[in-house]
Ligand binder design. Structure first.
Ligand SMILES: [Zn+2]
Length: 527
């Protein structure tokens, strides 16, 4: 009864916001009330308990409904299962659902969905018993029988339940297809299925298909997927070489940075299968030299043929489909093309507005113009032919600085509404393979528009040719970020050694910036 008393003492004026934020996405309520009461509820009520009495559940349920504005009779059960969702709390979660059944109300679909996630959490710490697997199937059957088409959330919950079974996980595959009716399946749904498929002896192809599909939908596979494959390979060394090569090629093709967890598993696999592979942790020395094998990482530069494909595709999109130049008038585009034909090739194309604003947009026009002039001087001193792209309104900036720009570079001003990137990329690509550009823009949209095959080639070209401004010192000196000329993602060096960069933690949205990863694996697959 101690717990009942404790619960009654708890007065939750605003509600368990941290919990609710994670489950119901109400960021506007974040931060107003601490969630410590709920944590207290959890530690005093749910931790180390396998069941609660009917009275206790009744009390928990009503206290939540009375104490929180946004908890009501409809969602309280799912909230409770959200709180007891840890792998050790399966008994407790089931006990609550049984309590609901005993009251005659029964759990709703959302509550049963949550229960499936708890089964999944338990499954990741131990194999589920046959009885537990039967329970999952019963829940799945009842949910699927009740609705011909399920919403994406229900599908995702069912997928998580079904992959925790040994025999019936493939029933989850059509549910992934069902999710596509209303949305793109989530990272969690794709990952749960690919992880399961990699764990089976003869479903590797299903896993690879799901992986390819998810990265094309711009979803980053979770670490567990790769771990499942590596764990499987430890058991079937005969397949290791081929599958590892495929994994590395996949990571290379999609420019995926694995996490430390995956890197550590690869290191361990090297120890488990010394006949198949050699893996060591490494760092890069100056100019991208692997400290382990003493080889230089491959240059990022693309081949002549790849450059031809890239510029043809880009120029075609610009010139024929015109969608990249949406914000400009055809007359302006024509005027620009004629200007480029007349004055190209350049060594460097500068996005004037981007440069001027790169140390803050709220500066006096005089300062903006001066910064731009300083960047132009940087290239002029290196005898570079420069094109500066700008906007009409820049004519009103400081006369002397703009004169310097005009006298030392070609200057093309577009109307004030135009987007500058397409002009910048057009002029750079049109000038040839050696030409660089200066902008801080990551060019994500353009990379994406080029499609899956050309995107990685565009990214490599971009890495090799993009300069940007780091900062301007007090004395007015500028610090320019130069492109990194060696590759920054997984790739194979001459002689067959793979270099695999990794980051600390998985992130669903990796940045597209070109930073040199600090940690690398040096990996050789033995023939
Ligand atoms: Zn190496």
């Amino acid at each position: 009864m101690h717990n009942i008393r404790l619960l009654r003492q708890l007065r939750w004026p605003g509600g368990p916001h941290r919990l609710m934020a994670s489950h119901h996405k109400r960021p506007q309520m974040l931060g107003s009330v601490p969630s410590d009461q709920l944590e207290q509820l959890k530690s005093n009520y749910f931790d180390r308990r396998e069941e609660l009495s009917g009275d206790e559940w009744h009390s928990v349920r009503h206290s939540l409904i009375d104490g929180y504005k946004h908890i009501n009779g409809h969602n309280v059960d799912a909230v409770i299962l959200g709180v007891c969702s840890g792998p050790q709390q399966l008994s407790l979660a089931k006990n609550y659902v049984n309590y609901l059944r005993s009251t005659g109300v029964g759990p709703n679909a959302a509550t049963l969905g949550r229960l499936l996630r708890v089964y999944n959490a338990a499954y990741h710490t131990r194999p589920l018993s046959e009885a537990e697997q039967r329970e999952i199937l019963q829940i799945s059957d009842s949910l699927q029988a009740a609705h011909e088409t399920l919403d994406a959330t229900s599908c995702e919950q069912l997928i998580h339940g079904l992959v925790a079974t040994t025999e019936h996980w493939q029933r989850a595959l059509p549910l992934l297809e069902m999710m596509k009716v209303t949305s793109t399946p989530s990272v969690a749904a794709y990952s749960a299925l690919a992880e399961k498929a990699f764990g089976q002896s003869d479903h590797t192809e299903v896993a690879w298909r799901l992986l390819e599909e998810m990265v094309l939908a711009r979803k980053q596979p979770k670490c567990e997927v790769f771990l499942a494959l590596l764990n499987r390979l430890a058991q079937v060394p005969a397949a290791a070489r081929v599958q590892l090569e495929r994994l590395l090629q996949f990571l290379e093709r999609h420019n995926i940075l694995v996490s430390q967890k995956v890197a550590e598993r690869l290191l361990q696999l090297g120890q488990q299968l010394p006949q198949q592979l050699r893996v060591t942790a490494s760092r890069l020395g100056p100019l991208g030299k692997c400290q382990e094998c003493r080889q230089h990482l491959q240059p990022v530069a693309i081949s002549d043929e790849q450059f031809r494909q890239l510029s043809e595709c880009f120029l075609e999109k610009v010139l024929i489909r015109g969608d990249v130049f949406q914000k400009s008038t055809p007359q302006e585009v024509l005027r620009f093309k004629q200007y480029v034909e007349k004055t190209a090739p350049y060594d460097c194309v500068i996005d004037g507005l981007n440069v001027a604003y790169s140390t803050g947009a709220k500066k006096a026009p005089q300062q903006l113009a001066k910064l731009l002039a300083t960047v132009v001087r940087h290239f002029k001193e290196r005898n570079k032919r420069v094109l500066v792209l700008g906007r009409e309104h820049m004519r009103n900036w400081s006369k002397s600085a703009m004169h310097y720009v005009q006298n030392n570079a070609s200057l093309f001003l577009t109307n004030n509404l135009s987007h500058d990137d397409p002009f910048l990329l057009y002029a750079t690509l049109r000038s040839g393979q050696e030409t660089d550009f200066f902008s801080r823009d990551l060019m994500r949209t353009h990379a994406f528009l080029l499609g899956a095959e050309l995107k990685p080639i565009f990214r490599r070209w971009q890495q090799e040719h993009q300069f940007s401004l780091v900062t301007q010192t007090q004395t007015g000196k500028i610090i320019v970020k130069e492109p990194i000329r060696h590759r920054l993602s997984v790739h194979k060096a001459e002689g067959g050694t793979w270099h695999v960069p990794y980051c600390e933690l998985y992130t669903p949205n990796p940045t597209d910036s070109f930073e040199v990863p600090e940690h690398w694996l040096c990996l050789t697959l033995r023939p």
